[in-house]
Design a protein around this ligand. Structure first.
Ligand code: WQD
Length: 320
């Protein structure tokens, strides 16, 4: 039985990862400060340590005896990271260094890290593969890039192996309804659309209608969180089998426009959404799509959810 510490395991992606690990027979300890993670997302089959990744003593204690770490404890609001870089440096970078220090101290050698497509910045070609240059254009993306570099150095210098998973746009919820803690205050497109459809929000804006795309709105690669979660389980198995450290994209390779998302959401919810067409948002590339060929090669991973309506249905069911 593999013992896995999941930092950030009460959060949106983390709770899905915990479910997938438990389903695969792993013994899980969730480590979370509940700043954005929620108690309702905890599984009774997993142990829980309420702690901050900045609190080394608590982290050190929780790390003892683990075989691997999945690290998803981070702040992730792009706009906020540009206003409060010091907050993001402390939480994301110092916090990750603390986790790695506790791993070295306790002889825990394997880490699966929650990275992001934000490490690439503006795409130079599409779909983006892992050879694409890394030029983050916001501080959030920089923190993920920086942590990947630390992991790379540690893997050269110490008994330390990692798998950085670069998520594209994570969406959806567990289709079986096991995860009840809807993300609160997310500024991402689909959570905002769900808030609007459910009546918690009056309207929302589509940022930019003059992009060089099929309908003028931005194209993104929306990947279901259950597919992401499965990749973490595969990554743990891969590292424990002795696989080499790597960074991998996780996306579907399929691009969907904002207008297509809105249309699909209206169809799934049966509600007409109050949409305002606004100007472009700074820093938004027109198109972002992933090549996940490397994840397929190394992990045998492929997304199972490819239909955006089906993905949105897994979000809408949480409102029923
Ligand atoms: C999606 C599309 C917007 C809100 C961000 C981070 C990225 C990663 C995922 C963490 C874009 C449009 C959005 C709205 C809109 N995060 N939009 N109206 O920007 O692709 O990616 O989250 O790792 O690093 O940058 O996601 O959901 O904000 O936007 O029209 O109110 O929806 O312009 O085209 P994004 P998003």
């Amino acid at each position: 039985m593999v013992k896995v510490l999941v930092a950030g395991g009460a959060g949106y992606i983390g709770s899905h990862v915990v479910k997938a690990l438990l389903q695969n027979g792993h013994r899980v300890t969730v480590y979370d400060n509940l700043s954005s993670g929620q108690r309702i997302n905890l599984f009774p089959e997993a142990a829980f340590v309420e702690g901050d990744i900045l609190d080394f003593a608590t982290l050190d204690k929780a790390m003892a005896g683990q075989d691997a770490v999945v690290h998803l404890a981070a702040k992730k609001a792009v706009g906020e990271s540009m206003e409060k870089p010091e907050l993001y440096a402390e939480n994301n970078i110092t916090g990750s260094l603390n986790i790695m220090k506790a791993m070295l101290k306790n002889g825990v050698e394997n880490m699966v890290f929650s990275s992001s497509a934000a490490v690439y910045g503006m795409p130079e070609y599409l779909p983006i593969d892992e050879k694409h240059p890394l030029n983050p254009i916001n501080f959030y993306g920089y923190t993920k890039y920086d942590i990947e570099k630390y992991m790379e150095w540690y893997s050269r210098l110490k008994s330390f192996r990692y798998m950085a998973l670069r998520y594209f746009n994570a969406v959806g919820y567990d289709a079986e309804g096991s995860i009840r803690g809807r993300e609160i205050g997310s500024q991402n497109l689909l959570p905002i659309i769900m808030d609007t459809a459910a009546g918690r929000r009056e309207k929302f804006s589509v940022f930019g209608t003059d992009y060089d795309t099929r309908d003028g709105t931005c194209i993104r690669d929306y990947i279901h969180v259950t597919d992401l979660a499965r990749a973490h389980v595969l990554a743990i198995d891969y590292l424990l089998r002795g696989g080499r450290s790597a960074s991998l994209n996780l996306g579907t390779g399929k691009g969907t426009t904002v207008k297509e998302i809105v249309a699909a959401a209206e169809k799934v919810t049966g509600r007409k959404l109050n949409v305002e067409y606004a100007g472009r948002r700074a820093g938004d590339p027109a198109v972002l799509t992933a090549s996940s060929a490397e994840a397929e090669k190394l992990l045998g991973w492929q997304p199972e959810y490819t239909d955006i309506e089906e993905i949105i249905r897994t979000m809408w069911q949480l409102e029923q």
